[in-house]
Design a protein. Structure first.
Length: 323
């Protein structure tokens, strides 16, 4: 009788430790942790829902038009009434050829009032007046201040720092983990607002989304830096958003150039130039060119990341130790 031989399975070869895989895992873990809703996220979503409601109401009422605007302001007839006067004047006896020219000019004004003016009104009120200077910085800080801020408040940042990764790699991983959520909230929220705005809104999304993207990168880098420097970054980021972006960003002169939203709007003006969008008083607003705005936002993002890496690498976060 021949002895039977037992088959033994060889143990599976374990993958060699890889710093890159550990870095990718940290990004994935941080993205999952950011998915846990907290107060700032609920505030941002509440503002999105409220703004969507307002935009939808104005779309339903047909408010994305200059036809109801008055000239002179507040006291004069509406633009629609001015148009009716012009169209009635077209019926008057004109010299040969003059009536056709006058009718063509009147028709072009009517076309702009009914179609093109909606893009101007939507851009002025929603994009420049509300989204760029208020909603975008507020939505960005909702996630950007939490990447390191929540780790410090939960007292587990020290555990993250003991992983076999360099501190610059950890800092960049935390920054990359907030970008999907911030881009989803800013670009996605902007897309929802534009869809609720009807035809003018859809045109605005096509024109303005690259500026929203670059503005989000810059805001995230700045607020991520604040979370590495400050113990309570959300409060300081809120003050920055309200005072520097919302108030100083709309002041005349060169002081507004300290705000990120100024360069974001300059990108928007540059892309919407063919649609006739420009600052109301350019000699007061003093915009920069589109390439200059691109360079500033890209340089500012890189500078914030570099400073954040230096601070994060040298600072001891002893308060994050578990008591």
């Amino acid at each position: 009788m021949t002895p039977t031989t037992s088959l033994k399975r060889e143990p599976a070869a374990q993958a060699a430790p890889s710093a890159f895989r550990a870095w990718v895992y940290l990004i994935r873990l941080s993205i999952q942790r950011q998915a846990r809703a907290h107060m700032m996220i609920w505030i941002a979503l509440g503002l999105l829902a409220f703004t969507l409601f307002i935009v939808a109401l104005n779309t339903q009422a047909g408010r994305w038009s200059m036809s109801y605007w008055r000239y002179p302001r507040r006291v004069g007839p509406t633009f629609e009434q001015h148009m009716l006067v012009l169209e009635n004047a077209a019926a008057l006896p004109w010299s040969p050829g003059g009536g056709e020219v006058y009718a063509a000019i009147t028709a072009s004004f009517r076309s702009y009032l009914e179609h093109a003016s909606g893009f101007f009104v939507f851009s002025t009120w929603i994009v420049f007046g509300l989204f760029t200077t208020f909603l975008m910085p507020l939505w960005s800080l909702s996630f950007a201040t939490e990447a390191l801020g929540r780790e410090r408040e939960a007292r587990n940042l020290l555990w993250v720092l003991t992983r076999p990764l360099s501190r610059p790699a950890i800092y960049l991983a935390k920054y990359l983990s907030i970008l999907p959520w911030c881009l989803l909230l800013n670009v996605g929220g902007f897309a929802l607002l534009c869809l609720a705005g009807g035809t003018p809104g859809r045109r605005a999304f096509v024109v303005y989304w690259p500026a929203i993207l670059w503005g989000t990168l810059a805001f995230c880098a700045l607020f991520h830096l604040m979370s590495a420097v400050l113990r309570r970054p959300a409060m300081v980021a809120l003050l920055y958003s309200f005072f520097l972006e919302t108030i100083m960003g709309n002041l005349p002169g060169y002081s507004k150039r300290l705000s990120i939203s100024f360069y974001t709007r300059c990108l928007m003006f540059d892309r919407a130039h063919d649609f006739g969008m420009r600052p109301e008083r350019p000699w007061i607003y003093l915009p920069v060119s589109g390439p200059t705005a691109y360079l500033y936002l890209a340089g500012f993002t890189a500078a914030c990341l570099l400073v954040g890496i230096i601070v994060f690498s040298r600072r001891e976060y002893l308060e994050s130790a578990v008591a």
